[in-house]
Design a protein around this ligand. Structure first.
Ligand code: BG6
Length: 471
């Protein structure tokens, strides 16, 4: 039976930058098994041939490591294009008819919504109208991009709408951070080793810092971003997902239900965030970007401190930070341990640097453990690093793009690295009150400014320092 991957919004950026290169890589690695076709759908008129040529040029541009002309030609034979407005019932009829002609018989289908969020409901509604969600002879699945809603109420409404067409087991809500090798490695570090788990709790850990800093500014996405801001764009999804991986209890297996059950428990245990424990900031010049209101107060940077009210994490602060237009690009999780209870080396306990386990998500993917060592020929000590780098330990292997793993999982029916409806809603329940609080009582956490290409607002540094904790 043929497998169809139907990409709605195929002429957009995500399709050419991520989806088609990821599918090509899967093909090159012989992971796309059996008979398959990839069908792009969009309103922009293209022939199959033009679509193949365009995607070939883009693939070469974005994924040179795997590009090989002969292999691309073999892959391109599986690419098709349908010009249609899939958000309209009539347009979806054209999609249905042409899809059936391409497939030529029984099929299983993955629908990928690589479109703006305003089109999710119209496309899903049109799919339902034509019965395209029905599993006649083969499975039907739908992948939905972020943002999934703009707040709790809209996410609940969207979940209800999607559930009128698809069953939960058919729905794959994507968060590409979960597809990153280094994010998944967090689970391997914690649960495939014995030495970390016994100390992974409030008795040994002083605080956890989850940081996602970006050098890029909002660029051409300002129109979307100004209505969204960093809490919706980064915290509700990527940062809270990383939080769940750090904080969850060991699931019984790496499968969708046990894994997601544990993640939901973490999100539900997050204590409502005190606005005094938040910082929001905007970079200088943001208001001049095209599409941004001249008096915009949309934050492009935020730092929050939160607590997880459960047995393991009681009293341990989690610091989450993310911002755009910063000096360095870095995504990492730092686990800072407590100091030893007694110093026998003459120095005060405060002179002993705490152990820090840092998981570098990107760039320079790896793990570092900072510990104290005796300085040679001196009676003193100093912090040193024990390091693991992907690029040296796994020389030959490229780290695959997150979308490769996620597309393959969706094709294989493995939803472990996708968000369940209750998980999405629990995450909105955490960030919603912060966003609302910022607008209802702006003085509780006034918007501060920071220079482009800087380390971020100085207030954020004080944030950690005030609690007696440092980077
Ligand atoms: C996206 C956000 O989800 O993630 C972007 O919408 C952000 O604003 C991007 O730049 C970051 O992803 P990555 O993989 O580059 O860290």
């Amino acid at each position: 039976m043929i497998t169809s991957i139907v990409i709605f919004g195929a002429s957009g950026d995500l399709a050419k930058r991520k989806l088609i290169p990821a599918l090509y890589n899967l093909f090159a690695k012989e992971r796309l098994k059996g008979d398959f076709c990839i069908v792009g759908v969009s309103r922009t008129a293209f022939s199959h041939e033009q679509f193949r040529e365009d995607m070939g040029a883009d693939c070469q541009r974005f994924e040179p490591a795997y590009y090989n002309e002969a292999r691309w030609q073999a892959f391109a034979g599986h690419l098709y294009y349908i010009t249609a407005d899939a958000s309209q019932v009539d347009g979806m009829r054209q999609v249905k008819d042409q899809l059936q002609a391409i497939e030529g018989g029984p099929c299983q289908r993955l629908y990928y919504l690589s479109v703006g969020p305003t089109l999710y409901e119209p496309i899903i509604g049109a799919l339902r109208e034509h019965g395209l969600q029905q599993e006649d002879g083969g499975w039907r699945r739908v992948v939905i991009e972020k943002p999934f809603g703009t707040d709790l109420a809209s996410a609940q409404a969207l979940n209800r709408f999607v559930h009128e067409a698809f069953e939960e087991y058919q729905i794959y809500r994507i968060d590409h951070y979960l597809g990153k090798e280094t994010a998944q490695n967090l689970l391997f570090l914690r649960f495939a080793n014995l030495i970390f788990e016994p100390v992974w709790n409030r008795n040994y850990i002083d605080n956890v810092q989850i940081t996602v800093m970006e050098t890029v500014d909002v660029g051409r996405r300002a129109g979307y971003y100004d209505g969204s801001g960093v809490m919706r764009d980064m915290f509700q999804n990527h940062l809270l997902q990383l939080l769940t991986l750090v904080a969850m209890e060991p699931p019984t297996s790496f499968e969708a239900t046990p894994l997601r059950n544990e993640k939901v428990k973490v999100l539900r245990a997050v204590r409502p965030i005190d606005l005094k424990h938040t910082i929001r900031a905007q970079y200088d010049g943001y208001r001049n970007a095209e599409g941004v209101a001249s008096d915009s107060i949309t934050p492009t940077y935020a730092a929050i401190k939160l607590y997880i009210d459960n047995w393991r994490w009681q009293g341990v602060p989690f610091y989450l930070r993310s911002g755009k237009a910063l000096k360095h690009k870095v995504s990492e999780i730092a686990i800072q341990f407590k100091r030893p209870p007694h110093s026998m080396f003459g120095q005060g306990i405060e002179q002993i640097a705490p152990n820090v386990l840092t998981l570098c998500i990107q760039p320079d993917e790896g793990i570092h453990l900072q510990f104290e060592a005796k300085t040679p020929d001196q009676p003193t000590m100093q912090p040193v690093d024990m390091e693991f780098h992907y690029r040296t330990s796994f020389k030959a292997q490229n780290i695959p793009e997150a979308y490769e793993r996620l597309l393959l999982d969706a094709l294989n029916g493995d939803a472990a690295l996708f968000n369940r409806s209750d998980e999405i809603e629990a995450a909105w329940s955490i960030v919603d009150p912060v966003i609302q609080g910022w607008s209802a009582t702006p003085d509780a956490s006034p918007l501060v400014r920071y220079a482009k290409d800087s380390e971020g607002p100085s207030e954020a540094e004080h944030f950690l320092a005030e609690s007696g904790r440092h980077d």
